[in-house]
Every structure is written in structure tokens, then in C-alpha cells.
Design a protein around this ligand. Structure first.
Ligand code: UDP
Length: 329
């Protein structure tokens, strides 16, 4: 079975490519390398540098390779950036998905698993969040993911392209040997920023907001290990390859950690003091996001293995210490 992974040089994509190859899949990677890293891609994958919005490029890849299914990661994914430049997000995420679905339709490829996000729910009041709960995004990033889901739905109705949308909550961690991990420039995510402070590369963590209606006033998030997430994509692809119907699943641990609890957990794991100060709220941030992932467990048989925040942080810490400058070193 040959799987095309778009965005396969990115953080979650590269871990999924690695897992697919270890499970015996033949893997083709497409990535424009704007945020991805060529070194993150398992050398057994066939790599094509290009953009999913480029129809000629995609057509060339689909003509050369016999693709059985697509896992679609390629997108821009930073909430605050999407607040500053929403049109960039609609162009990259929505336009990219239209072009990809057109190429799949034209080359008779009928299965796609893709990255959606908890941000489709906006700022929900009821926790944990179920897939059927209201979807009212509070930022353009979440809006693009919701539009992508709706497009997939109609592409299924019209062209018979079956899809699984995976709504990730917060992702952390790295491959356990520390050989691949999270490397964004600029870095905006909580765990890598905390670890950069632990390593002495930053002076301080700024905690965005301490006046939310949560137990300690800071945002609460639900963290999943990147390897568990990678495994969920493989389970979802296997579901489609077995003839399963289109569906949507939350992927989270069903446990919430506040930003202050994350800071404490990182202090425990690293043994470093990790200086922090309070800062104003970050625009677009919902107060609390905790998943109900029982549907993925029941239907896909997904069972997270690394469902402990210390395991997530310690694998990220191993990657950070081995690669203090990310893939540049
Ligand atoms: N956060 C923070 N300081 C930082 C980066 C993030 O306080 O330097 C907070 C952010 O406001 C949110 C949580 O950490 O409450 C997780 O943010 P991240 O950007 O990692 O993921 P998101 O929830 O936006 O997908």
C-alpha cells in the first residue's frame, strides 16, 4: 500500500511517516519545506518538494506514483498568526485542500485522512467536548479546519472520496530516541518554549493570561503524545482501506492541564527552575479545551500509550537536549 503524506516534513507529519514506514507501508511525501524540515523525513520515503496548491505539481506526483490513500497534514497552524493574517490561512489551508481533492478526484484516489483541530469548537462551555458539540471557531485557523471538513463531506457525496477528519487537541513529545521532534521558527507552542527556557535559550516563559475561569486562572489544554497521534492516523487509514465510511474523531487524552500545571510538570522533568511571568491574554485563545475521545477508542480502537504529561514532556526534553538548535544542528 502506498500512502501519500502531504506535510510529511512537518512535526506531526514526520512522526507519522516514520511510523508508517515501520509498519511496512510504502510512503510518498509532499512538502513545500516552508515550515517542514527535509532531515525530519525518514529516508525510506520518496520525497517531492512542492506545494499542494500547485495543481501541476500534484498531478505529476499522482501520475508517477500509484497512491492508495492520502494523509493530509500540509497546512499553516498557528492560532495567533491566523488572527493577524487570516487570508493567508484561507489560501494555504482551504485552497490547498481544494487542489488536493481535485487531484484525488482526477486520479481516482478515494481515501483521505486529514488534520483537523479542536479549534473548530471555539470556546465551548461543556467539557469534555464531543464531536457533535457546536462548532463556532474563535480564530481563522479553526475556521479553515471547519471549512476543510465541510468540503470533504461534499467531496464524499459527489465523488465518493471517503475521509476521516482527526480533531487534534494539543500535541507534544517526540520520537523516543530523540532523533525527530518539534522545530518551529519562530516557536510559539507552550512545551518547546518552556523547554527552551529550561535549556537557557530564553530567559522566561510568558504565561498568556491568568484571569480565565479555570482552576488557577490560566488556560487548560489536553495534551496527546505525537506518537499516539501518528498511530491514530494509521488506524484511520486502515479503517478506510477496509472500506470504512467517512467519519470525524477527537484525539485527546481527556485530561486537562493548566499552563501553570504544565510549567510545574516541566520543572519536575527537567530539574530546572524555569522562570515565568504573567502576560496579557493571547487573542483567539479559548479558555479550556478537553476532549472526549471515546469515539476514536471505540470505533478505531485507538489507545494512547504515552498518556502521561511527564512522558510527553520528557520525550520532548530528550529531543531538545539532543538538538538545541532543532534540525540546523
Ligand atoms: N502559551 C503561553 N505562553 C507561550 C505559549 C503558549 O502561555 O509562550 C499558552 C497559550 O496561551 C495556550 C497554551 O499555552 O493557553 C497552549 O498554547 P499553544 O500555542 O502551545 O497551543 P494552542 O492551544 O494554541 O494550539
Amino acid at each position: 500500500m502506498t500512502i501519500l503524506v502531504t506535510g510529511g516534513a512537518g512535526y506531526i507529519g514526520s512522526h507519522t511517516v516514520d511510523c508508517l514506514i515501520r509498519r511496512g507501508f510504502d510512503v510518498v511525501v509532499v512538502d513545500n519545506l516552508v515550515t517542514g524540515h527535509r532531515q525530519a523525513v525518514n529516508p525510506k520515503a520518496r520525497f517531492y518538494k512542492g506545494d499542494v496548491r500547485d495543481a501541476n505539481f500534484l498531478s505529476h506526483v499522482f501520475d508517477r506514483e500509484h497512491i492508495d490513500g492520502v494523509i493530509h497534514f500540509a497546512s499553516v497552524s498557528i492560532v495567533p498568526e491566523s488572527m493577524r493574517d487570516p487570508l493567508h490561512y484561507f489560501d494555504d489551508n482551504v485552497e490547498g485542500t481544494i487542489t488536493l481533492l481535485e487531484a484525488m478526484r482526477d486520479h481516482n484516489v478515494k481515501r483521505i485522512v486529514f488534520s483537523s483541530s479542536a479549534s473548530v469548537y471555539g470556546d465551548p462551555k461543556r467539557m469534555p467536548i464531543k464531536e457533535s458539540d457546536p462548532k463556532v471557531p474563535t480564530n481563522p485557523y479553526g475556521e479553515t479546519k471547519l471549512m476543510m471538513e465541510r468540503m470533504m463531506n461534499w467531496a464524499d457525496v459527489a465523488y465518493g472520496i471517503h475521509f476521516i477528519a482527526l480533531r487534534y487537541f494539543n500535541v507534544g513529545g517526540a520520537k523516543l530516541d530523540g532523533s525527530i521532534g518539534e522545530d518551529h521558527n519562530p516557536e510559539t507552542h507552550l512545551i518547546p518554549i518552556i523547554l527552551q527556557v529550561a535549556l537557557g535559550q530564553r530567559n522566561q516563559l510568558q504565561i498568556f493570561g491568568d484571569d480565565y475561569p479555570t482552576k488557577d486562572g490560566t488556560n487548560v489544554r489536553d495534551y496527546v503524545h505525537v506518537l499516539d497521534l501518528a498511530n491514530a492516523h494509521i488506524l484511520a487509514m486502515k479503517w478506510l482501506l477496509r472500506g470504512g465510511h467517512s467519519d470525524i474523531f477527537n484525539l485527546g487524552s481527556s485530561t486537562g492541564f493548566s499552563n501553570l500545571q504544565m510549567l510545574q510538570a516541566a520543572r519536575d522533568v527537567t530539574g530546572q527552575p524555569i522562570s515565568a511571568s504573567m502576560a496579557p491574554r493571547r487573542p483567539g485563545d479559548p479558555s479550556t479545551l478537553i476532549a472526549d475521545s471515546s469515539k476514536a477508542r471505540k470505533i478505531l480502537g485507538w489507545k494512547p500509550k504515552y498518556d502521561d504529561i511527564h512522558k510527553i514532556i520528557s520525550s520532548a526534553w530528550k529531543w531538545t537536549r539532543k538538538h538545541p538548535n532543532g534540525y540546523e544542528k
